[in-house]
Each structure stands twice: as structure tokens, then as C-alpha cells.
Design a protein around this ligand. Structure first.
Ligand code: FMN
Length: 321
């Protein structure tokens, strides 16, 4: 997610779930081919499994970008066919590609020929006046023929004319049944559902119908939910017994990054929603919001904020001991 899932965010999220697949922000082919690659594409080995999402519609540029990303070690290359912003439309990529399934097929085929890692597509069920029964089927048929490895479907249309990107994430109604029908029609295709899924419990329910669930805003704004992913979805223990224990493990990373010149706020802005219903959660947020933005702010700000949180589970363990 643009401006959200940067490498600091992903490193933090990886502390909360060992198994969920993490995605980069969308990166355009222009940026991959001509931009500051070291800055745009860098990731920490701890982030694996991590997918890079590309924005573009020129098959050769996408193939070359995919190859660069695969060489850097990304585990999956995802093509954005869902972003409705004006800037993206002007570049003739994102959601407007729902109207050009043949071109999307050419893009996927070119990327598949360039890399050995999975190539996936994230799309909408349709755009504007399209009939989602037809538009989603046509896109699926074309990308399957091109060899796509998985599809992630944001289960609502995008209205390219008249709605802002933010409105396009909320106003067009969700149609989960359309995605479930797609899975029934393509039982062998790996299909994930996205859109409005607010809890890991709800994600688990979707898994009765599809292969995977992508969580966007809920995962970012309420990262404590990610601690439930490994136990509730993957049958594995959570990496840490509490958010407090997880964020303590973030401190060495923060110190390392500070030493390389990263500003504290660039990292701590992602952790604000970590505590929920825990005494001290508000004080934690307020302390970071006030102090992490100050020039020269160091890791002690995060330590002080953590000390404001009462970790019920840790307290109980202490009493039991
Ligand atoms: C701030 C923000 C940035 C986003 N950036 C991207 C992006 O770069 N690529 C993408 O495919 N979707 C992007 N999205 C859309 C989300 O991936 C997701 O499809 C959408 O928010 C609906 O899922 P949710 O209800 O789980 O958030 C973004 C959403 C938000 C809120």
C-alpha cells in the first residue's frame, strides 16, 4: 500500500506474523528501470516471504522490472490491475487495465518468461459500466492462458470517473460472492479475496471459499491483529506472546536504521495501532506522536513509549512466578 507498506512497516509486520505474505507499495516500471533502485527496492532478508507489486502496462518494461526484482530476491511479482488514481490512469495502468485484458495477458506472459518466481495479478471485479460477471471472467481467462500463478481480487468495482481513490475503496459495494463464484469456476487457480476484511476471524471464514485473504487497512491500522494470523490461520504459534514483546524486538532494527540516518518517525509511524484495549495504549501513541517527530529523536522515545503500556499477559506471568 502506497505510503504505508514501506520496508520499515514490513519489517515490523514480520515480527507479528512469520507466515503471512507481505507486499511492497506499488512501484512503477519507470521507477524500477530509471529510479533509485537501492532506495526503492531494498528490503531486509527478515521480510521473506515478500512480494513486490509493479505498476505498468508495457510488457517489456514489466518483464525487465520483474527480472530485476526477482534477482534482488523478491518471492513474488505482482501486477497492479486495481489502482484507480488519475496519475495511474494517465500512465494507462492500474484498474483501467480491466478494460484491456489482452494487454494484461501480454504483460503476464512477458513477466512469466523473465522470472522463475510466481507472477500474480491483483485486480478488481470490474470497472465503470462493466458487468463483473463478464469482466472478471475475461480477465481471468486471459491471465490464466498467460500462465498467471495466482489472482487477488479486490471484491468491488472501481469507478474511474467521479470517485477518488479513497472513495473507490469504500463506496462501490463489496461482492464477495462474485469472488467465490470465480473460485468455483476455476478450482485449480489460486484465488485470494480482498476488500473490507476487518479481522483475522473473518479472514478464516473466507478461507472456506477461496485460497487466501489479503488484508489491507485492518492489518496496517490495527497491527495487533497480525499476531493472530499464525495461530488462527497457519496452525503455528504466534512469534511473540504479546504486542509488547514483539515491539521490544523491533528496537534493535530501529537502532540499526537510526545509525544509517533513518529518522525515528519513519519507523515508529507504523506502530501506533499496535496496542488495543490495553492500559497505556493511548499514552503509547501520544508519546510517539509527540516525541518521535523531533529532530534527532532516538530509540529511547520508543523505549519510553513501551514502558507506558501495561502488558496484561506479561504482568500475569510475573505474578504467577
Ligand atoms: C493508503 C493506501 C494505499 C494503497 N496502495 C495500494 C497499492 O499500492 N497497491 C494496491 O494494489 N492496492 C493499494 N491499496 C488498496 C489496498 O491494497 C486494498 O485493496 C484496499 O484497501 C481494500 O482492502 P482493505 O479493505 O483490506 O483495506 C491501498 C490502500 C490504502 C488505504
Amino acid at each position: 500500500m502506497m505510503e504505508w507498506t514501506d520496508r520499515h512497516c514490513r519489517f515490523f509486520h514480520r515480527l507479528l506474523t512469520r507466515h503471512a505474505l507481505l507486499y511492497t507499495e506499488m512501484i512503477t516500471t519507470g521507477a524500477v528501470l530509471r529510479g533509485n533502485r537501492a532506495r526503492l527496492l531494498a528490503f531486509d532478508p527478515a521480510e521473506h516471504p515478500v512480494a513486490v507489486q509493479l505498476g505498468g502496462s508495457d510488457p517489456q518494461a514489466l518483464a525487465e522490472s520483474a527480472r530485476i526484482c526477482a534477482d534482488l530476491g523478491y518471492d513474488e511479482i505482482n501486477l497492479n490491475v486495481g489502482c484507480p488514481s488519475d496519475r495511474v490512469q494517465e500512465g494507462r495502468f492500474g484498474a483501467c487495465l480491466m478494460a484491456e485484458p489482452r494487454l494484461v495477458g501480454e504483460c503476464v506472459a512477458a513477466m512469466k518468461a523473465a522470472v522463475n518466481v510466481p507472477v500474480t495479478v491483483k485486480c478488481r471485479i470490474g470497472i465503470d459500466e462493466q458487468d463483473p460477471e463478464e469482466s472478471l471472467d475475461t480477465l481471468t481467462r486471459t491471465v490464466v492462458a498467460a500462465g498467471v500463478d495466482a489472482l487477488i481480487v479486490h471484491a468491488r468495482k472501481a469507478w474511474l470517473d467521479g470517485l477518488s481513490p479513497r472513495e473507490n475503496r469504500d463506496i462501490p459495494p463489496l461482492d464477495y460472492d462474485r469472488v467465490y463464484r470465480l473460485k468455483r469456476a476455476w478450482p485449480k487457480l489460486d484465488i485470494s479475496i480482498n476488500g473490507g476484511i476487518g479481522s483475522v476471524e473473518d479472514a478464516a471464514k473466507h478461507l472456506a471459499h477461496v485460497d487466501g485473504v489479503m488484508m489491507g487497512r485492518a492489518a496496517y491500522q490495527e497491527p495487533w491483529r497480525l499476531l493472530q494470523v499464525d495461530p488462527l490461520i497457519c496452525g503455528a504459534a504466534a512469534p511473540f506472546e504479546s504486542g509488547k514483546a514483539a515491539i521490544a524486538a523491533f528496537i534493535p532494527y530501529v537502532e540499526r536504521e537510526l545509525a544509517h540516518g533513518t529518522r525515528l518517525h519513519a519507523m515508529t509511524r507504523h506502530v501506533l495501532g499496535l496496542f488495543h484495549g490495553v492500559p497505556g495504549a493511548r499514552a503509547f501513541r501520544r508519546h510517539i506522536a509527540t516525541h518521535a517527530v523531533k529532530p534527532g529523536a532516538g530509540a529511547e522515545v520508543l523505549r519510553e513509549a513501551i514502558d507506558l503500556v501495561i502488558d496484561a499477559r506479561a504482568e500475569l506471568a510475573h505474578i504467577a512466578a
